[in-house]
Ligand binder design. Sequence first.
Ligand code: ARG
Length: 458
Amino acid sequence: MALWGGRFAENTQKCVQDFTQSISYDQRLYKHDIAGSKAHATMLGATGIIPKESAAMICEKLDEIRKKIDAGEMEFKVELEDIHMHIESALTEALGPEGARVHTARSRNDQIALDIRLYLRDEIDGIMELLRGFQKALVKKADANRRTVMPGFTHLQHAQPVLLAHHLLAYVEMFNRDLGRLADARKRINIMPLGSGAIAGTTLPIDRDFVRKQLDFPEMTRNSMDAVADRDFACELLSALSIFCMHVSRLSEDMILWMSQEFSFMTFSDAFCTGSSLMPQKKNPDIAELSRGKTGRVYGDLVALLTICKGLPLTYNRDLQEDKEPLFDALDTVRGILSVYPPMIEGMKVNPEKMLQAASDPGLMATDLAEALVRKGVPFRHAHHKVGALVRFAGEHNKQLNEITLEEMKSVFPEADESMLSLFKPEHSVEGREVFGATGYQAVASQIDYWKANLKLS
Ligand code: ARG
């Protein structure tokens, strides 16, 4: 008979057990479940709700159970439904009536709310650390490419010369916002729900603040109904993870394009690429492709959880058990991405000549020419028009912009002078862009220095 089976005359059907169980995936919560139970039992002892000695015995036994699970010696059975029941029944089996005291003033509804919060708090810390590692890998690559000039793109068309370092640091910025979102989600995860009971709290004189302190939560939930029904914090985390994956997916798209034969801007080391089973010459950027693809499943996890929660009346409904698989899947996926991407970036082999060559199309410096005219007092919209006319003139005469003579330029706009002929070098274009946040050598160098200090890179 199940632990909740007092009012049931028959045992549940095996198919029902198989359908309702969550032990196959919530077993990963065991450490957090045990930490929560120890804090709860200690509080029950300290308040005199159960004898102090019972609390001590429970805590000691819980430590043993933890070691047993650590060693893979606990047998998980669907009859015992979930991780809470497994641990409680192991305790009762070992301690008899003393073990049966642990669930005093507690429901699995507030217990699971606590367990997920404890678990996610730890997971977020690990993911944030890995994400900072990703930023470090990008900053190191940027540092090694302070003077590597490449074409910047808008609409995937050549736009203006930029520094590769500038492009890489754009992702460092994105990941920093992701870190901010994770830290923010963590604040709302880091709230202690235990003591809410099934929905309405308890008549027993528990000390919630004691449990809060034991488990190192800065705050506790203020409404027991909200506390057992709420999964906003999980939606919020999945949303932050989805946005992170969106960023990784964009980076992947850049990497896949750059590694193509058409671009040939860079390649990854062999150890981070895979081959084709048929075409012997192939070297494919599968890690980037899979990261782009896995972004889809993380979005799916977010949408799954939002959909699970959307029609639920207050308070706890069993639907909420379905929160775990999307959460675990998204966390595992993101951890997977974070385990391979940073070392792949560190091993990226840049082809600076190719990048420079692609940035050397004089058309990329057309804006520099327009700005030179602005410096001569020409209103920008007029300057834009004049340079446009020069581009047309060059096209008609089958010339590149840097092949146009001073006389020809003067025939299109009289403000032309000698200095304008030397604007068509990509390095020169980069050099002039020293506004804060722009792609100039100094501007980017100071961003690199900023990030090195921020990430404690020497
Ligand atoms: N396994 C359940 C979950 O993950 C625990 C809470 C069950 N509560 C209940 N009243 N059946 O949500």
